[in-house]
Ligand binder design. Sequence first.
Ligand code: C2E
Ligand code: CA
Ligand code: CA
Length: 232
Amino acid sequence: FYQPIVEVASGRITKAEALLRWHHPLRGTLSPGLFIPLAEEARLIDGIGNWVFDQALDSIARCHEMFGCTIQMSVNKSPLQFGAGTRDAWLERMERDPSLTGCIAVEITEGMLLSDAQTVRERLLDYRNRGIEVSIDDFGTGLSALSDLKRFDIDYLKIDRSFVQQLAENASDRALTEAIGVMAHKLGIKVIAEGVETAVQRDLLAGLGCDYLQGYLAGRPVDADTAAKEYL
Ligand code: C2E
Ligand code: CA
Ligand code: CA
């Protein structure tokens, strides 16, 4: 499924996040919270993850063809997809098709920055060299240090929904959101707010300097055909 991400400056949908669903024959549509941990445990996550990237690349190509527009797809990657023996098979396809450059952002969590694993650093550097952007998901819930953001050359911070939910009522959430924005912008990083559900939240976040908004207000995650119809 894809959920739109709106650019505040233009009010247009310029990005989308790929959110995995499992169409189970008996249980219906299952959310990733139910099966990603199992896929990780069963060591299936690398294959599934590469499949998600492939789907996202298909959708980018179809967008180009059908609408002549460029949408950047943001794809989640779990820490285990950086482990030894994992491989970004989708990179080969990006190499063959230069029109895909700049069209992918990889979402990782703060914890990845804490791990000093050489493989993570090398992968992120490789992404940078290939024009693939990197977002820190659920920002504010983990323990990453400012120096890590600088060191790893991060492109986007995604402010976690827990800061957005109570924004209208809670002055300290507003202060934190604003401070994250100021810090990010000083480091040349853009800010995406997650879980934006109301017009009040949207207006507050725009006023606090957020660059992009994502949430049910702009649109729910839907399948590719519905996304093309409703969001493009
Ligand atoms: P996430 O990356 O933080 O994704 C955002 C989650 O918030 C999604 O849940 C989305 O449907 C939901 N959401 C979006 N807007 C709103 C809103 O306005 N209000 C509320 N209440 N919720 C909103 P979803 O799709 O169930 O995904 C859950 C998590 O599963 C994701 O959290 C991500 O960590 C993981 N995930 C999803 N797809 C993949 C994938 O392809 N690979 C991996 N490794 N993890 C994935
Ligand atoms: Ca995400
Ligand atoms: Ca998130």
